[in-house]
Design a protein around this ligand. Structure first.
Ligand code: FAD
Length: 472
């Protein structure tokens, strides 16, 4: 028997491990381990759990139609996985396990424990780097070290893909007898325990089929204009495929393939190239995560920045979380996050930089808050984005660069449409005042004044960063 061990790769198509299992001799079954306590430990948002569990329901049915029974075992946390897997192996006489590799430290430790156990049982494990386009240790600088600068990484990434890219397919097998989705009860029970408001879940559609449709629509409607419009949060200009990519209901290979095909049309070439660049950022942070385990311990990529002494002010932090900072774009973005489980990329940068630089709160608090709300919460991308914004990361924005939240607002939401939608207290203001409502306080009695001034932030931040650089 061959076993496909599903983790964050919840799809039946364009799935290298499943493809290889089907090519191997013998029948195929699949397993997924529910790890609720691990999700608690990693602060995974209830909405993301909901997305994963519903995607699992669809996957179980799809696999059953292909004659593959999906088992779902309740492991609690990662420490129980190797024990439960060993039992499954014995019971079903499994000889080979196929899976998609994962790179954060806890996941790697889980896999090391499993590898040890399986070795004793004579079971072969075959891992595939299918959650990325380029395997994370493949590209090295001339000195043999990992790339820590995105632009240099991207050049080599493009070349590598030109030579090696292929889209996994599903081998044709004789039409099998449909199997039973044996883990369905466990998934239903786990869904029953979730507490997620209907106002959140009605926005999203889990599962592989919805993700494939969404990709198709994005490519046909928005890819061509991606470079031009992607920074404007009031427009539907980006793919919103991050939840699908992080749960693996969609593979980065399918995205890359679709974008490359779209490039045949000259009008879409520029937008597609720009979007492929975002897939490269995704790979970049994953290879950083894989090669710098200290990130998984909550450490900064630049060690000297761990000496920074952040303020620990719960009132300021709460105001940020609740969208009450008095800076309209920041508040609109934070309210969007809490109300939808998603935030536009430009606004993730604006709000993250605002928390770490204007409010001088530890970026880890913001990283955790994002994780607890995002439907696409992904350790590598979230950590990478936060450390970029806080100037503690690999290819981070220089510490002396501080986004001015008013200028960002005037530039990327010039008419104030996004703000008016999420901060209705401000919707009657004209498109000039809406960015600086404190200039007309009588018109907006219910909206707070700015909790900190913008003036002086750059100087304070520069001084602090210089201080730790000198002390290091
Ligand atoms: P598109 O613009 O359509 O991009 C396509 C895909 O490329 C995305 O779905 C995503 O998988 C990937 N991508 C795009 N930008 C980035 C990036 N900067 N870094 C890594 N991958 C990227 N992305 C997550 O998937 N999960 C997170 O938890 C996450 N947290 C972030 C936190 C901060 C502070 C910042 C600045 C960025 C974060 N990002 C995260 C990256 C980015 O904001 C989201 O991927 C993007 O907004 C998702 O929207 P989209 O699917 O419409 O993206």
């Amino acid at each position: 028997m061959n076993l496909v061990w599903y983790r964050n790769d919840l799809r039946a198509h364009a799935h290298r491990a499943l493809q290889e299992a089907l090519l191997a001799e013998g029948p195929v079954m699949a397993v997924y381990f529910l790890c609720d306590a691990q999700w608690d430990n990693h602060g995974v948002a209830p909405l993301r759990r909901w997305y994963v569990l519903h995607s699992l329901l669809e996957l179980g049915e799809q696999l059953a139609a292909k004659g593959i029974a999906l088992h779902v075992l309740d492991a609690g946390d990662f420490s129980q996985v190797s024990v439960q897997l060993a039992e499954l192996v014995r019971k079903h006489e499994i000889r080979q396990i196929f899976c998609t590799r994962e790179y954060p430290l806890n996941e790697r430790r889980r896999d090391e424990a499993v590898a040890k156990e399986m070795k004793q049982l004579g079971v072969t494990i075959r891992g595939f780097d299918d959650s990325v386009l380029v395997p994370p240790t493949t590209l090295r600088t001339g000195k043999g070290t990992p790339y820590t600068v995105f632009s240099a990484f991207k050049k080599r990434w493009d070349v590598w893909l030109e030579e090696h890219f292929s889209l996994p397919g599903l081998p044709d097998r004789q039409t099998p007898e449909p199997a039973e989705f044996v883990g369905k009860k466990q998934v239903d029970a786990a869904i029953g325990k979730l507490q997620v408001s209907a106002s959140l879940t009605r926005i999203w559609e889990p599962g592989e089929q919805a993700a494939a449709r969404q990709l198709e629509q994005f490519v046909s409607r928005h890819l061509a204009g991606y470079r031009q419009y992607r920074d404007y949060p009031s427009l539907t200009a980006t793919s919103s495929l991050s939840a699908a990519l992080s749960a693996g209901t969609l593979s980065p290979a399918s995205c890359f393939h679709a974008a490359r095909q779209a490039m045949a049309d000259a009008g879409a070439r520029d937008g597609a190239a720009c979007w492929i660049g975002e897939l490269a950022w995704r790979d970049f942070y994953r290879q950083i995560m894989a090669q710098y385990p200290r990130l998984s311990w909550g450490k900064a990529f630049r060690p000297e920045t761990d000496l920074l002494e952040w303020d620990n002010d719960n009132d300021l932090f709460d105001a940020w979380c609740e969208g009450r900072t008095g800076y309209p774009l920041v508040d609109a973005a934070m309210r969007q996050l809490v109300a939808t489980g998603w935030m536009h990329n430009r606004l993730r940068m604006v709000t993250a930089m605002f928390l770490s630089k204007h409010l001088w709160q530890d970026w880890r608090k913001g990283e955790d808050f994002f994780m607890r709300h995002l439907i696409d919460g992904d350790f590598a991308a979230n950590n990478g984005g936060w450390q970029w914004s806080a100037s503690t990361g690999t290819d981070a924005v220089p510490y002396f660069r501080v986004f001015n939240p008013v200028r960002q607002s005037q530039r990327f939401d010039a008419e104030g449409k996004f703000i008016a939608h999420w901060v209705p207290e401000l919707k009657t203001l004209d498109n000039k005042t809406i960015h600086e409502p404190w200039k007309q306080p009588l018109l907006v009695p219910d909206y707070p004044a700015p909790i900190v001034p913008h003036a002086g932030v750059r100087e304070r931040v520069t001084e602090s960063f210089k201080g730790v650089k000198e002390a290091w």
